[in-house]
Design a protein around this ligand. Structure first.
Ligand code: R5P
Length: 296
């Protein structure tokens, strides 16, 4: 029998505690402090020798600071004799920088994945990883990478909490088709895919064929809401096409700056996300998804 325990970095302490509780395993004590110059001090108080340690640390907001913690903890777990280190990074930052568009551009996704491997992680679990030009995680990670999806959980939450009539699911761009499909399956709905062209960091143009949404309840599903530009534009188009109610759903509600109010002003009834990152929207926890996939 494998002796498992869970620890969390400062980005995912609450989620890590919930996963440990669901798995009925020890939640390890980690001390995390910051020196006046900004350096981090970390100490793992709970013995880990011979144990399989599930280390949960998101990289939403201040990704570099959270990444350093993740690397420090992974290396230390290895030094302390953990038998296996399963790094769980619910939101994997830098995955959108997966290629050099211009000569000399850093492919941050590749660098971060190498650092994680170098620090001693045996495998990686993540959720709705943004795979755009990289199709297979094996192109980036040498360690096994398990890319879980939260869309069925979010769909289940929407089905149980909203009385949707003849719902329709919309993907705001081609990449989101996979999430819209999963959501549509859960809601027993049909789905449509919009076409997006990014014109700048917070400016997108979306086009769509005629949408069959008149008088219908619509769920727009995406992996990330960052500036809210994509979601707000998709909502406006859906509203113009006559949708009755619109729910904006995503796995990673980063919601930078005024994103949340932009989305509400565009006409969303509700914004739903998960706890892969902290946020102020209606939250569906991924604790069950992680516990089910990590428990032996
Ligand atoms: C990009 O392709 C992603 O799937 C999201 O659509 C995107 O990250 C959302 O960004 P924003 O909220 O800034 O439009």
């Amino acid at each position: 029998m494998v002796d498992q325990m869970v620890i969390g970095g400062s980005g995912s302490q609450g989620l890590a505690a919930r996963v440990a509780h669901k798995m009925d395993v020890t939640f390890g004590n980690v001390e995390i402090k910051e020196f006046p110059d900004g350096e981090k001090y970390l100490r793992i108080h709970t013995p880990v020798k011979g144990k399989e340690v599930i280390l949960i640390q998101t990289m939403g907001f201040m990704p570099d600071r959270l990444l350093m913690e993740l690397l420090f903890l992974t290396e230390t777990l290895s030094q302390l004799g953990a038998s296996r280190i399963r790094a769980v990074v619910p939101y994997f930052a830098y995955s959108r920088q997966d290629t050099s568009f211009k000569r000399g551009e850093v492919v941050s996704f590749r660098v971060v994945s190498k650092l994680l491997e170098f620090s001693g992680a045996d495998e990686l679990y993540t959720v709705d990883l943004h795979l755009h030009r990289v199709v297979d995680t094996g192109e980036i990670f040498k360690i096994p990478c398990h890319n879980l999806t939260a869309m069925p959980l979010i769909g289940e939450f929407i089905r149980s909490n909203y009385s949707l009539e003849h719902p329709k699911v919309i993907a705001p761009d081609e990449e989101a088709e996979q999430w819209a499909r999963d959501m549509a399956k859960e809601l027993d709905a049909d789905f449509a895919v919009m076409a997006k062209v990014r014109k700048g960091p917070d400016k997108v143009e979306i086009s769509t064929e005629e949408l069959d949404v008149k008088g219908r309840d619509v769920v727009i599903a995406d992996d990330i809401i960052s500036t809210g530009g994509t979601m707000a534009t998709a909502i406006s188009l859906t509203r113009e096409a006559g949708a009755k109610t619109i729910i904006a759903a995503c796995t990673h509600p980063l919601l930078i700056g005024g994103a949340l109010s932009l989305i509400h002003q565009s006409g969303a009834l509700e914004v739903i996300g998960t706890d892969t990152v902290p946020s102020s929207v209606r939250v569906v926890s991924i604790d069950r998804l992680l516990a089910d996939n990590l428990k032996h």
